[in-house]
Every structure is written in C-alpha cells, then in structure tokens.
Write a protein that binds this ligand. Sequence first.
Ligand SMILES: C[S@@+](CC[C@H](N)C(=O)[O-])C[C@H]1O[C@@H](n2cnc3c(N)ncnc32)[C@H](O)[C@@H]1O
Length: 210
Amino acid sequence: MAGEGAVRSSAGGRGAPRWRYVARALLWLALLAFTAPGSDGTALAAPGRGSAAPAPKLDVPYEPSAPEVVERMLTLADVRPGDVVYDLGCGDGRIVIAAAKRGARAVGVDLDPQRIREARANARAAGVEEKVELREGDLFETDLGPATVVMLYLWPEVNLRLRPKLLRELRPGTRVVSHAHDMGDWEPQRTAVVGRARVFLWIIPERAPR
Ligand SMILES: C[S@@+](CC[C@H](N)C(=O)[O-])C[C@H]1O[C@@H](n2cnc3c(N)ncnc32)[C@H](O)[C@@H]1O
C-alpha cells in the first residue's frame, strides 16, 4: 500500500519504527529529567540550601542614631587620630564611618549580617573602608582590648549586662559613650542632650568598680 510504504520509508525500513519511537521516548524522558526543576540542584531550593538563614537573635533591634547624635557622641569622646573606636552593635556603620572621617581607626560589630553588608557598602561609598573593620559577631564575644573608645546604642539591661565586660577588658582611660541609656549606679563623667536624645560618657577608672 502506498500508505504503508510511506510510513516504512519515513521510518527507515521493516522493524525500525518501534526502535525509533522507543529511542525518541527515552531521549525525551532523559531531557525532561535533566531540565526538570531540582534535577541539577539549582532550580529548586534543596532543604537547607538557598532558603533564608534563620534570623539572628538580637539583644536589641536595629534603630540608627540620628546624625547629630553621632557627631555629639564622637565629640563627647573627643575622638581623634590614633583612637581605636569600637561600636558594639554598629548597625549601618554610621558611627564607625564618622569616627574614621575624624582620623580614627574603627571597628563595628553587629550580629545581623544584613547590617554588616550595609555597613561595608556605606564605608566603601564614604571612602573610609581602609580605616574601618566590620565584623559579623556577638558584641558579648568581642575582645574589647584594643579599643580606646567604645560606642553603644543598646538597651538599659544590655548596658548593665555589658558593664562588667567593659570594666574587665578596657584599659584605664578608655572612653565609653552610650546613646540614650545609662549604666545604673555607675555615674557618668558627663551627660549631653541632643534634641530629645541623651548621651553619656564614662571613663574607665584605674581601679574598676564591680
Ligand atoms: C539600636 S541599633 C544601634 C545601631 C548603631 N550603633 C547606631 O547607633 O546607629 C542596635 C544594633 O545592635 C545590633 N545587635 C543586637 N544584639 C547584638 C549582639 N548581641 N551583638 C552584636 N550586635 C547586636 C542590632 O543588629 C542593631 O544593629
């Protein structure tokens, strides 16, 4: 039959069509398996991969200090070249960047990786990345030994928890400045008011109170 001949000739001979169909079907299956989402581990997020990392457990939520408060904190601490300024919970890096612009070296520590990414980008944009180190980490696990100035904008109970560490690790004469919150019965050396904000200064004494 003309019809049969046409089929045979297009299939390439007796017995061949079934093999061709099987081969094509296998080829399609292989292609589907190869391109299906998840087949190469990238199109689908594997458990634990590509999914967002768990949010860090912060002691204090993010809230930036206003620029005029930052400037007053630096002035109160008399930040100058030669200082090593630590901001514990540095947020977007505004305090360490402002300190670097005054000629100091500065270290910002924040538990939130998003803040550290922002701070690095901001330090780069401000042209002070050489003078600023930004670390993702817990302020309670940070060695404070090299600091000559420590900046804080935390919560009252976090200040109180931090107080023994400040007194233990900081050298006498180191300045500690806190935006908004005091240190309980550790009297500040000076207090300043900036708009509705208060800023406190302590100087680490020779013989630290506990
Ligand atoms: C109120 S914001 C102050 C930001 C910045 N210092 C400023 O004054 O603009 C507090 C910051 O502390 C960070 N933080 C909270 N708990 C922390 C911890 N245990 N270790 C390090 N950073 C922490 C938060 O992610 C947040 O960026």
